[in-house]
Every structure is written in C-alpha cells, then in structure tokens.
Design a protein around this ligand. Structure first.
Ligand code: FES
Ligand SMILES: [Fe+2]
Length: 449
C-alpha cells in the first residue's frame, strides 16, 4: 500500500508516535527502501575478513550482502546474488572462498570484486547476447563503501552525504573505541552472540537511552546481584555491572544525552573516570596508553565515558566495554542483534576479558539482564496490536531540549529526547524526497566496463 508524505508525516508528532510504525508490515517494507536503501549501514569490521578470499555475510535492510577481502587487500561489499539464476552465492557465516566466488548451482565464477570470471561450456553462449563484460553478468557491488578506521559501512544509494557527514557527532565514539588501543587499532575477536528479539527494530534503539526502565525492568537481576554481593561479602565487577541498573532515578537524571542529526546519539556520564582509576584493569590500561600517547592524551581517552552510542540503522557501539551491537531488522516484529566484541590491539589482555565478561553478563542470550529487556520489547510489540489507544508517548522533558552543533542535548538524563530525535530522522528519511536525495539501489556496479 503506498503512503503519501502527508500520511507518513502524520504518524510522528513532536511528543508521540503512532503505534503503527511498529506493527504495520507495509511501513516496514517502506523502511527497507527509504531508510535501509538510503543511509550508511555498518556491514562489519575489516578484521572479520583479514585474508584475501575471506567473506562475511550479513544484511542491509532486506538485502543479503557479503563483505569480501580481495587479493589487493581492498574490502568490497556485494549483493549476495548470482547473476545467472539469482542463487545466493555465499553461504551464511564467515568463510574463505579462495581466489574467486564459485556459484554452487552451475559454477559460474566471479572475481573477488564481483566481476564475471567464467561460465562453463562457452560453446552454448555463441551467437547469443551473453557478454561476460556486461554488468548484468557480474555480481553487483553496493553503490558506496567506506572504511572508517576498520569499520566498513555501505550505502545502497549513490546519493546523499558521505559517511563522516552522515555520522556527525558520533564518529568520535568510533575514534574513542580505536584510540583505547595503544596502536589505535581494534579487531573483532571471540565470535559473536546472536539474539533474535520478538519486536520491531526501532524498539531496541529507543531502549538504548531509556534510563527510566533500568531500575524497573531489571529489578530481578540487580536485586539478585545485591543478594549475591551480600552473601560473599564484596561486589566484584561481574556483580557491579548488574547492580548498576538499580541506581535511583536521581542518578540517571544527572546523565547527559546527546542527540545528533540522522537519529544518532550517545549517553554520557555513567562511568566515573576517577573511580575507574582505582580499578587494576583500568590502571594497567592507562599505563599502556600513557606509554603510547603521553599522560594527558591517555587521560583524555579514558575520560570519555560514553554509554551506548547509537548509530541509527546500524546499531550501538560501546566504547568502554569494546563492543558493537549490530541491529538487523528481519521483519516488522523480528530483529536480529549480533554482538561483536573487540580486542584492543597491544592493550593488556585483561581488557578483552573484561569486555567478554560485560558481553556475557549484559548482552548474551544467557545473561541475567538481556532477557528482562526482551520480555518488555515483546510486550510493546504485542500490546501495540491491541485496541486501547493509538499513540506511543515520548513526552518526558519534551520542549526542554537545547540545540548544539549538529543536534540537540538534554542535561536531564531521563529525557525522551533520544526517541524524539530518532523519529525526527525516521520521518525525514521516510519522505519520498528524503533529507537525502531520492535513491534507488545502484543500477551499475562500480567496476562496470
Ligand atoms: S545460479 Fe549461479 S551459476 Fe547458475
Ligand atoms: Fe535494559
């Protein structure tokens, strides 16, 4: 069902949003075109394809794509489709395809940048229009690919801003994650967790800066952590992390929320760098950074204490605990979250262990914390199918947001500014002429002769 711009705009008010944005399959299909077909999406980290022939499959909206390292070390992102009969060429997961792609159906082969290499039995093509140089017979590249400090993003549209302009103020979170390594480099390590959430993709983005839910939704896990700490007579890091959700509303209220254009943002102030100085792992980290960058810069790097950066459409990097929760919409009521954990190259090994502890405790399918969230996400999804009201509230501190360069800021950490900001971007992207130029997936691959 087509929607006019007026109909779409009417779904988003400044302080609330119509519930159909979470439940309507037609709107989901339109999001795949107008958001995922237009904006920069994180594909993966280049460390996931370290050698020529390495592939990593994932999705950009409703499109299966494959990230591949070519012989010249360049990383390409291709639609995962054979141009012969359309078979998905690369099986899901991480593989090495060798020197070229070979389709499992009729053995057409393609170079690692997607260019047609060969098809068996050339005789059969004689006298036909088959032209191996024509783009119709090659795997198609995405319209644009950019690699920022190892983080590979792709865009299905040739129009619109470059990656840096799109990311705006949150690019500094990627910088900070990398700068935490004494050599400025990170790598995905230890495999990934995958969680299928029974809810629309936007519900998770909203929750990432929803400080008002922590001490309610997570009561069972933070109370269990407190009981355990009492029983053993101290509060190790593992319990401390779960205990944090039980902070009173006054604690959350003091945090800063930064909301940038295009739906991005981050939360500041949860981790007190002064307190972190007392932690032996942080101290050894500080020493390694001091050696690499000097004391002042080391303090600056570790002093950036951001929680849950949001890169709208892609997911949520976490700088302090070295992870990226990649968010992939599957259907209007299913969202796949893939949790990548990063090793900081040349940093003390204890940091990677700490990152794994955090991922296990907070984000893994078997953690005590994530199931709390998944329960309420599912309830939002189900509840919004019921009669009893059509609007979802985002009123908290509406009207108090302050302008800043490239976005808005709230010093009331319980504000629903981040959600309002996400829907402001959603509305812009969803217009037939979006904030970015109208774009369809690229018609010609970059390597077209
Ligand atoms: S479908 Fe790929 S070679 Fe036929
Ligand atoms: Fe939560």
């Amino acid at each position: 069902m087509s929607r006019s711009d007026e109909q779409i705009a009417a779904l988003v008010r400044g302080d609330s949003v119509h519930k159909s944005v979470y439940t309507d399959p037609d709107l989901f299909a339109l999001e795949m075109q107008r958001i995922y077909g237009r904006v920069w999406i994180y594909v993966g980290h280049e460390s996931q394809v370290p050698n020529p022939g390495d592939t990593h499959t994932t999705r950009i909206g409703d499109q299966d794509v494959v990230m591949v390292r070519a012989a010249d070390k360049q990383v390409h992102v291709l639609y995962n489709r054979c141009p012969h009969k359309g078979a998905k060429l690369v099986a899901e997961g991480d593989h090495n395809v060798g020197k070229f792609f070979r389709c499992p159906y009729h053995a057409w082969t393609f170079k690692l940048d997607g260019q047609h290499l060969a098809a068996p039995m050339k005789l059969g093509f004689e006298g036909t229009c088959f032209d191996p140089k024509h783009p119709d017979f090659s795997m198609r590249q995405l319209a644009r690919v950019e690699n920022y400090r190892g983080f590979v993003f792709a865009n299905q549209s040739a129009e619109g801003p470059g990656l840096k302009d799109f990311l705006g103020g949150v690019i500094s979170s990627i910088d900070n994650l990398c700068d935490r390594s004494p050599s400025g480099e990170v790598e995905v390590a230890g495999g990934v967790f995958r969680v299928l959430q029974p809810s629309n993709w936007k519900v998770f983005y909203e929750n990432l800066h929803d400080t008002m839910h922590a001490r309610v939704t997570h009561e069972s896990s933070f109370m269990a952590a407190r009981d355990e700490a009492k029983a053993i007579g101290n509060m190790p890091l593992e319990l401390h992390i779960m205990d944090g959700n039980g902070e009173p509303y006054e604690f959350w209220e003091k945090l800063d929320l930064c909301a940038y254009d295009n739906g991005h943002g981050y939360m500041e102030g949860i981790f007190d760098p002064g307190a972190a100085d007392k932690d032996p792992v942080t101290r050894s980290h500080f020493e390694s950074l001091k050696q690499a960058y000097g004391e002042e810069r080391a303090r600056e790097i570790l002093g950036m204490n951001r929680h849950n950066t949001i890169i709208y459409g892609s997911g949520s990097p976490h700088t302090v605990f070295q992870q990226f929760r990649v968010i992939r919409p599957i259907s209007v009521d299913r969202t796949l979250v893939e949790i990548q954990v990063f090793r900081l190259k040349d940093a003390p090994p204890a940091l990677f262990k700490r990152a794994l502890v955090y991922a296990n405790l907070i984000n893994s399918p078997s953690s005590n914390v994530m199931p709390d969230d998944i329960e309420v996400y599912g309830r939002c999804q189900d509840g919004n199918l019921n009669h009893g009201g059509d609007w979802v509230s985002m009123h908290r501190y509406h009207g108090t947001d302050r302008e800043m360069t490239g976005g808005m800021v709230s010093t009331n950490g319980t504000s629903e500014l981040p959600m309002r900001n996400q829907f402001k971007a959603w509305k812009q992207f969803m217009m037939s002429e979006s904030a970015f130029a109208q774009a369809e997936p690229a018609k010609e691959p970059a390597h077209a002769a």
